[in-house]
Design a protein around this ligand. Structure first.
Ligand SMILES: [Zn+2]
Length: 292
């Protein structure tokens, strides 16, 4: 089943809610990057949060980038979403060994680390993108996205994310939700939402139990009356082109390119976000050198 994003609004108008399923996206990321279980969960949560934020931003041709640099064994975790919520991403060290809090519970926080920042880049189709950052709270991704929205964007929010990796290392279920209070919302609503989120349990448990996105949102909002919008289908999507890959070749520098030409062999350059390979022949590289 294709992944979906479902947006909703409480009928009292105070709470904006979004939920998504992201199994296909996270499974695609796993096969592209050949991630081990803990890396699959970390990258999957980042992709899920990024997709929802991209969809919520609603700026035509805009984008949202999340970059986690926590000093943990995973290195940098990066995700980029387009305006609909189609995402791509990578993790610097996709093959880290298994980290668990206890048997069967992946320790994403330890893999990402907490010594560093979450940086968010919002391309709002203005001259300059909006860039904000926050110190990582737990490295668990969901908590960090919540902290970013609350501290950097002053928007009272809650973000829950989950990726369940199966025994064969494929992705069993994945998804998440974001709730946001609109300015002026009564204080009592915060308690009601917190109680709803606590009672709902984990995102993976809800998805594994077969809950629909509507049911999931009803649970986390503590049974508030919701109005749903049309769901959007989203997928793992890369926008790489030969020109963009050429730009990364240029960044190698004159010397290294010269060396490639002298070796006289074609080189393969893989896109950092997907599994597309671009082949460059020595004459083509000479052409790039001539432009430098
Ligand atoms: Zn690509």
């Amino acid at each position: 089943m294709p992944d979906q994003i479902l947006r909703a609004m409480t009928t009292d108008g105070w709470v904006k809610a979004v939920a998504m399923t992201s199994r296909e996206i996270v499974e695609r990321a796993r096969t592209i990057h050949n991630t081990t279980a803990t890396a699959t969960a970390a990258l999957g949560r980042a992709l899920t949060a990024c997709s929802m934020l991209g969809n919520m931003q609603k700026i035509e041709n805009g984008s949202v980038t999340l970059q986690f640099k926590g000093g943990g064994p995973l290195g940098t975790v990066l995700a980029v979403s387009d305006a609909e919520g189609n995402v791509r991403g990578y993790v610097q060290n996709p093959r880290i060994s298994l980290l668990e809090k206890y048997a069967g519970k992946l320790d994403v926080g330890a893999a990402v680390g907490t010594d560093g920042l979450l940086t968010v880049i919002r391309d709002l189709q203005m001259k300059e993108p909006y860039v904000g950052s926050v110190e990582l709270v737990s490295g668990e991704i969901g908590d960090d996205v919540t902290a970013y929205l609350v501290q950097s964007e002053q928007c009272p929010s809650a973000c829950g994310l989950g990726v369940l990796v199966d025994v064969d290392h494929s992705v069993k279920v994945a998804g998440g939700f974001i709730l946001q209070l609109l300015p002026g919302a009564p204080e009592a609503l915060i308690d009601r939402l917190e109680a709803g989120i606590a009672a709902a349990g984990s995102v993976t448990a809800m998805l594994e139990a077969g809950l629909s996105l509507q049911e999931l949102l009803r649970k986390v909002t503590g049974g508030m009356e919701l109005e749903f919008f049309e769901p959007t289908e989203v997928s793992y999507r890369c926008y790489c082109t030969r020109e963009r890959v050429e730009a990364t070749l240029v960044s190698l520098g004159r010397e290294e390119l010269q060396q490639i030409v002298e070796e006289g062999k074609d080189i393969q350059v893989e896109c950092q976000f997907c599994d597309t390979e671009y082949k460059f022949s020595p004459p083509e590289i000479r052409g790039i050198l001539a432009q430098l």
